[in-house]
Ligand binder design. Structure first.
Ligand code: TIU
Length: 222
Protein backbone atom coordinates (compact mmCIF):
# COMPACT_ATOMS: atom_id res chain seq x y z
CA UNK A 1 0.00 0.00 0.00
CA UNK A 2 1.49 3.43 -0.92
CA UNK A 3 2.43 5.66 2.01
CA UNK A 4 2.16 9.44 1.64
CA UNK A 5 4.44 11.88 3.40
CA UNK A 6 2.01 13.56 5.78
CA UNK A 7 1.75 15.21 9.20
CA UNK A 8 2.43 13.92 11.78
CA UNK A 9 3.73 10.78 9.97
CA UNK A 10 3.11 8.66 6.86
CA UNK A 11 -0.49 8.08 5.74
CA UNK A 12 -1.29 4.71 4.21
CA UNK A 13 -3.28 5.54 1.09
CA UNK A 14 -5.60 2.55 0.94
CA UNK A 15 -6.68 2.74 -2.69
CA UNK A 16 -9.32 0.03 -2.37
CA UNK A 17 -11.10 1.68 0.58
CA UNK A 18 -10.71 5.43 0.09
CA UNK A 19 -13.00 8.30 -0.95
CA UNK A 20 -12.68 12.04 -1.47
CA UNK A 21 -15.04 14.02 0.78
CA UNK A 22 -15.75 17.59 -0.37
CA UNK A 23 -17.45 19.57 2.35
CA UNK A 24 -19.88 22.42 1.65
CA UNK A 25 -18.29 23.95 -1.47
CA UNK A 26 -21.46 25.97 -1.94
CA UNK A 27 -22.16 29.50 -3.10
CA UNK A 28 -23.51 30.20 0.40
CA UNK A 29 -19.94 29.82 1.76
CA UNK A 30 -17.85 30.94 -1.23
CA UNK A 31 -19.69 33.84 -2.87
CA UNK A 32 -21.02 37.23 -1.73
CA UNK A 33 -24.72 37.43 -0.90
CA UNK A 34 -25.04 34.08 0.88
CA UNK A 35 -25.12 32.67 4.40
CA UNK A 36 -21.45 33.20 5.26
CA UNK A 37 -21.51 36.84 4.26
CA UNK A 38 -24.69 37.33 6.30
CA UNK A 39 -22.61 36.27 9.30
CA UNK A 40 -20.07 39.01 8.54
CA UNK A 41 -17.39 36.91 6.81
CA UNK A 42 -15.08 37.83 3.91
CA UNK A 43 -15.94 34.99 1.54
CA UNK A 44 -13.05 35.78 -0.82
CA UNK A 45 -10.80 33.98 1.68
CA UNK A 46 -12.24 30.61 0.58
CA UNK A 47 -11.28 31.06 -3.11
CA UNK A 48 -7.75 29.56 -3.00
CA UNK A 49 -9.00 26.05 -2.20
CA UNK A 50 -11.50 25.92 -5.09
CA UNK A 51 -9.05 25.03 -7.92
CA UNK A 52 -7.22 22.60 -5.61
CA UNK A 53 -10.44 20.71 -4.84
CA UNK A 54 -11.36 20.74 -8.54
CA UNK A 55 -8.01 19.06 -9.36
CA UNK A 56 -8.50 16.44 -6.63
CA UNK A 57 -12.02 15.70 -7.84
CA UNK A 58 -10.73 15.20 -11.39
CA UNK A 59 -7.91 12.94 -10.19
CA UNK A 60 -10.17 10.77 -8.00
CA UNK A 61 -12.65 10.41 -10.86
CA UNK A 62 -9.90 9.48 -13.33
CA UNK A 63 -8.68 6.82 -10.88
CA UNK A 64 -12.24 5.47 -10.53
CA UNK A 65 -12.39 6.41 -6.82
CA UNK A 66 -15.53 7.79 -5.15
CA UNK A 67 -16.12 11.52 -4.75
CA UNK A 68 -18.65 12.53 -2.10
CA UNK A 69 -20.11 16.03 -1.71
CA UNK A 70 -21.88 17.55 1.27
CA UNK A 71 -23.94 20.70 1.47
CA UNK A 72 -25.11 22.44 4.60
CA UNK A 73 -28.70 23.48 4.09
CA UNK A 74 -32.20 23.25 5.53
CA UNK A 75 -35.60 22.15 4.31
CA UNK A 76 -37.75 24.93 2.82
CA UNK A 77 -40.22 24.58 5.72
CA UNK A 78 -37.32 25.01 8.22
CA UNK A 79 -38.44 21.87 10.07
CA UNK A 80 -34.81 20.78 10.50
CA UNK A 81 -33.56 24.19 11.64
CA UNK A 82 -33.01 24.71 15.37
CA UNK A 83 -34.33 28.09 16.48
CA UNK A 84 -30.99 28.71 18.18
CA UNK A 85 -29.16 28.32 14.85
CA UNK A 86 -31.53 30.72 13.08
CA UNK A 87 -31.18 33.39 15.75
CA UNK A 88 -27.49 33.00 16.62
CA UNK A 89 -25.60 36.26 16.10
CA UNK A 90 -28.83 38.05 15.15
CA UNK A 91 -27.79 38.52 11.48
CA UNK A 92 -29.67 40.95 9.24
CA UNK A 93 -30.54 38.07 6.91
CA UNK A 94 -31.44 34.89 8.78
CA UNK A 95 -31.57 31.32 7.46
CA UNK A 96 -34.71 31.03 5.32
CA UNK A 97 -34.88 34.77 4.53
CA UNK A 98 -34.70 35.88 0.89
CA UNK A 99 -31.25 37.14 -0.10
CA UNK A 100 -29.37 37.89 -3.33
CA UNK A 101 -28.75 34.13 -3.89
CA UNK A 102 -32.30 33.08 -3.01
CA UNK A 103 -33.41 31.96 0.45
CA UNK A 104 -30.40 31.79 2.77
CA UNK A 105 -29.07 28.21 3.32
CA UNK A 106 -32.19 26.49 1.97
CA UNK A 107 -31.87 23.29 -0.07
CA UNK A 108 -32.64 23.84 -3.75
CA UNK A 109 -32.03 27.62 -3.68
CA UNK A 110 -29.22 29.03 -5.87
CA UNK A 111 -27.08 29.81 -2.80
CA UNK A 112 -27.15 26.21 -1.61
CA UNK A 113 -25.75 24.93 -4.92
CA UNK A 114 -22.10 24.07 -5.46
CA UNK A 115 -19.67 26.58 -6.95
CA UNK A 116 -19.11 26.01 -10.66
CA UNK A 117 -15.66 24.41 -10.35
CA UNK A 118 -16.68 21.89 -7.66
CA UNK A 119 -19.98 20.55 -8.97
CA UNK A 120 -20.86 16.87 -8.48
CA UNK A 121 -21.07 14.64 -11.50
CA UNK A 122 -24.10 12.48 -12.23
CA UNK A 123 -24.03 9.44 -9.92
CA UNK A 124 -21.88 10.96 -7.17
CA UNK A 125 -23.27 11.02 -3.64
CA UNK A 126 -24.57 14.43 -2.52
CA UNK A 127 -25.42 14.68 1.17
CA UNK A 128 -27.65 17.52 2.38
CA UNK A 129 -26.91 18.08 6.05
CA UNK A 130 -28.54 20.35 8.61
CA UNK A 131 -25.48 20.58 10.87
CA UNK A 132 -21.73 20.95 10.85
CA UNK A 133 -21.12 17.19 11.31
CA UNK A 134 -21.59 15.38 7.98
CA UNK A 135 -22.86 12.27 9.86
CA UNK A 136 -25.61 14.08 11.77
CA UNK A 137 -29.03 13.19 10.30
CA UNK A 138 -27.51 12.01 7.00
CA UNK A 139 -26.92 8.77 5.11
CA UNK A 140 -23.14 9.18 5.01
CA UNK A 141 -22.36 6.37 7.46
CA UNK A 142 -24.51 3.83 5.58
CA UNK A 143 -22.95 4.82 2.25
CA UNK A 144 -19.40 4.34 3.58
CA UNK A 145 -20.19 1.04 5.33
CA UNK A 146 -21.94 -0.37 2.26
CA UNK A 147 -18.93 0.38 0.08
CA UNK A 148 -16.31 -0.68 2.61
CA UNK A 149 -14.74 2.78 2.71
CA UNK A 150 -12.43 3.19 5.71
CA UNK A 151 -10.25 6.11 4.60
CA UNK A 152 -11.35 9.66 3.85
CA UNK A 153 -9.44 12.38 2.05
CA UNK A 154 -11.13 15.54 3.33
CA UNK A 155 -11.43 18.95 1.67
CA UNK A 156 -13.80 21.89 1.86
CA UNK A 157 -15.15 24.88 3.74
CA UNK A 158 -14.57 25.92 6.39
CA UNK A 159 -11.52 24.37 8.06
CA UNK A 160 -12.45 25.25 11.62
CA UNK A 161 -16.22 24.65 11.35
CA UNK A 162 -17.74 21.91 9.16
CA UNK A 163 -14.44 20.39 8.05
CA UNK A 164 -13.01 20.08 11.54
CA UNK A 165 -16.32 18.88 13.01
CA UNK A 166 -16.73 16.23 10.32
CA UNK A 167 -13.14 15.01 10.64
CA UNK A 168 -13.50 14.62 14.41
CA UNK A 169 -16.81 12.76 13.99
CA UNK A 170 -15.32 10.52 11.26
CA UNK A 171 -12.33 9.77 13.48
CA UNK A 172 -14.64 8.65 16.30
CA UNK A 173 -16.32 6.27 13.85
CA UNK A 174 -12.98 4.67 13.00
CA UNK A 175 -12.10 6.37 9.72
CA UNK A 176 -8.50 7.26 8.88
CA UNK A 177 -8.78 10.86 7.72
CA UNK A 178 -6.30 12.89 5.66
CA UNK A 179 -7.12 16.61 5.52
CA UNK A 180 -5.72 18.43 2.49
CA UNK A 181 -3.97 21.56 3.74
CA UNK A 182 -4.44 23.63 0.56
CA UNK A 183 -7.82 22.02 -0.15
CA UNK A 184 -9.51 23.77 2.76
CA UNK A 185 -9.87 27.39 3.87
CA UNK A 186 -11.28 29.42 6.72
CA UNK A 187 -12.55 32.97 7.13
CA UNK A 188 -9.88 33.15 9.85
CA UNK A 189 -6.40 32.14 8.61
CA UNK A 190 -5.18 31.83 12.20
CA UNK A 191 -8.01 29.39 13.00
CA UNK A 192 -7.05 27.31 9.93
CA UNK A 193 -3.43 27.11 11.09
CA UNK A 194 -4.49 26.22 14.62
CA UNK A 195 -6.96 23.56 13.41
CA UNK A 196 -4.32 21.81 11.26
CA UNK A 197 -2.03 21.71 14.29
CA UNK A 198 -4.72 20.54 16.73
CA UNK A 199 -5.92 17.70 14.49
CA UNK A 200 -2.44 16.24 14.02
CA UNK A 201 -1.01 16.83 17.51
CA UNK A 202 -0.59 14.02 20.04
CA UNK A 203 0.47 11.50 17.40
CA UNK A 204 -2.36 12.33 14.99
CA UNK A 205 -5.11 12.31 17.59
CA UNK A 206 -7.72 13.13 14.94
CA UNK A 207 -5.79 12.29 11.78
CA UNK A 208 -3.30 13.45 9.16
CA UNK A 209 -2.72 16.46 6.93
CA UNK A 210 -0.71 17.03 3.75
CA UNK A 211 -0.84 19.20 0.64
CA UNK A 212 -2.74 18.13 -2.49
CA UNK A 213 0.37 17.68 -4.60
CA UNK A 214 1.58 14.32 -3.20
CA UNK A 215 -1.97 12.96 -3.46
CA UNK A 216 -2.21 14.10 -7.08
CA UNK A 217 1.22 12.60 -7.83
CA UNK A 218 0.22 9.30 -6.30
CA UNK A 219 -3.09 9.16 -8.19
CA UNK A 220 -1.32 10.01 -11.46
CA UNK A 221 0.97 7.01 -10.99
CA UNK A 222 -1.88 4.50 -10.48
N1 TIU B 1 -19.46 29.81 9.42
C1 TIU B 1 -18.56 28.92 9.03
O1 TIU B 1 -17.34 29.14 9.07
N2 TIU B 1 -18.96 27.73 8.55
C2 TIU B 1 -20.22 27.22 8.54
O2 TIU B 1 -21.15 27.78 9.08
N3 TIU B 1 -20.40 26.04 7.87
C3 TIU B 1 -19.35 25.34 7.28
O3 TIU B 1 -18.22 25.38 7.71
N4 TIU B 1 -19.66 24.63 6.21
Amino acid sequence: MPTLNANPFGYEFDIDHIALLCIDMQRDFCLPGGFAESLGNDVSLIAPCIPVIAKLQAAFRKAGLPVIHTKECHKPDLSDLPTAKRNRGNPKLKIGDMGPLGRILIDGEPGSEFVDDCKPLEGELVISKPGKDSFYRTGLRDYLVTRGITNLVITGATTDVCVQTTMRCANDRGYDCLLIEDGTESYFPEFKAFTLKALTAQGGIVGWTCKAEPVLDLLARL
